[in-house]
Design a protein around this ligand. Structure first.
Ligand code: ASP
Length: 467
């Protein structure tokens, strides 16, 4: 099978006898002749099966092997809608490699009207539909383009641990019990925030990672429950403007390449102070499209000058201590505006943060900030958000690291799922994620979470308490 010819290349093989491997997409009978549309991940090709009694009876979605000769189609039968529309393959020999039973739902439609539970249960079939194939292939190209853009700008791709410690991004952690140290737990990272800052201390001046992040919070249309993927970035010796310009240039060049039909409405992207956004648009993620019905309009903008803090109960933020205090608008590592440092002592709610949110067509598709790199300011923020001695201890590694020569740094993390959802005009991130979890937190196909054995629990020193 290593000689597999991808269907998109078949028009180059006119006159040749080739081996086709793929799925039966549709079957049409024309008198005694059968026309098959065969599908692989590059396209569809028409196969003509003669009634010579040597061919099997095909069913939709069978995996087949067909030997046949590529013939040009007569002018009036050319199908301009498919890449192989100028040719067809005259089948000589054929076999069914693997028979398919009738799929539980149609695969030749967009799929929007099919219940999501069943689509996720049979995701491996749902992904066969053309729209999902396009979304996943584009996702791959999108990530490839990001990589080549950033590598060319001197970024280093570095991965960071998944088994780690609670990282405060304002959501609930997923925790993993430790077998070796019973009673202790890892947390899945809500983002690689602390690691990427430590990488700046380590001297990797430009870092990125296509990072999986985990947050135990309610599912929304713009965030799947459980996990999502971010383009996590961090840079040393930069100002906010450098980050904004780089991200704008990166998205602009990728959109031009992968979505040539889309039109970026305004360039440079507007930068809107938070207070102005609220006043003018009633939201900090305004949808600046002129015509919201036009699928090809892309209106990017930045929201900047956020207040560093919001008044919020710490209960909401850290799920536990219950003291009412200031909560960071972004996260606790965001630098206060240098002109507002004195206000930290006198009027913290007036302090602006060096935070930037990236907005596309009314969706927040990324957020970031210039970070605090001075241990005394970081201490002060910990105090203002009401950290106890013990909570501060949990972050002592950051304060410690900052005593060994830390470059000023900042970054951002655009969401891959969210950006693709907005770029493709899909109604939910789950349309661009191969195997998303359902609203109730059930994983696609595999149906996790599930019970574990009594032995596994005993090994971890865990007992399940009935509520
Ligand atoms: N860690 C932040 C987040 O996940 C992004 C950043 O500040 O770079 O939202």
């Amino acid at each position: 099978m290593s000689k597999k010819i991808f269907f998109q290349d078949i028009p180059k093989e006119v006159g040749k006898k080739i081996d086709l491997y793929g799925w039966v997409y549709s079957i049409r009978a024309h008198g005694k002749i059968t026309f098959l549309d065969l599908r692989d991940h590059t396209g569809i090709v028409q196969v003509v099966v003669p009634p010579d009694g040597t061919h099997p009876t095909f069913s939709p979605e069978d995996v087949v092997h067909i030997v046949g000769t590529v013939a040009p189609r007569p002018e009036h039968l050319i199908n301009k809608k498919i890449k192989t529309g100028t040719v067809e393959v005259q089948a000589e020999k054929s076999e069914i490699i693997s028979h398919s039973q009738t799929p539980p739902f149609p695969l030749e439609t967009s799929g929007y009207d099919i219940g999501e539970d069943i689509r996720l249960e049979y995701r491996y079939l749902d992904l066969r539909r053309q729209r999902m194939q396009r979304n996943i292939l584009l996702r791959s190209s999108f990530v490839q383009e990001i990589r080549s853009y950033l590598v060319q700008k001197n970024f280093t791709e570095i991965d960071t641990p998944i088994l780690t410690k609670s990282t405060p991004e304002g959501a609930r952690d997923f925790i993993i019990p430790s077998r070796l140290q019973k009673g202790k737990f890892y947390a899945l990272p809500q983002s690689p925030q602390q690691y990427k800052q430590l990488l700046m201390v380590a001297g990797f001046e430009r870092y990125f990672q296509i990072a999986r992040c985990f947050r135990d919070e309610a599912q929304r249309s713009d965030r799947a429950y459980g996990e999502f993927t971010q383009l996590d970035m961090e840079m040393s010796f930069v100002e906010q403007n450098d980050i904004l310009e780089l991200v704008e240039d990166m998205f602009t060049s990728i959109v031009k390449k992968l979505f040539p039909e889309k039109n970026i409405m305004q360039s440079p992207w507007p930068r809107i102070p938070h207070a102005e956004a609220l006043k003018k648009y009633g939201t900090d993620k305004p949808d600046l499209r002129k015509n919201k019905k036009d699928p090809n309009e892309l209106a990017f903008c930045w929201t900047v000058d956020f207040p560093l803090f919001t008044k919020q109960s710490q209960e909401d933020f850290f799920h536990g201590s219950g003291r009412a205090t200031f909560a960071p608008s972004h996260h606790m590592f965001t630098s206060p505006h240098p002109d507002d440092i004195d206000l930290l002592d006198t009027d913290p709610l007036k302090v602006r943060g060096l935070q930037h949110d990236l907005v596309l067509n009314g969706f927040e598709i990324g957020g970031g900030s210039i970070r605090i790199h001075k241990p005394d300011i970081q201490q002060k923020i910990f105090d203002l958000i009401g950290f106890s001695k013990k909570q501060k201890q949990e972050f002592s590694h950051m304060l410690n690291a900052f005593t060994y020569g830390v470059p000023p740094h900042g970054g951002i993390a655009p969401g891959i799922d969210r950006a693709l959802m907005a770029l493709l005009g899909e109604p939910s991130v789950r349309e661009v994620v191969p195997f998303p979890t359902s609203a109730s937190g059930k994983t696609a196909v595999m149906n996790a979470p599930s019970e574990v054995t009594a032995e596994q629990l005993a090994e971890l020193g865990i007992r399940i308490v009935d509520e």
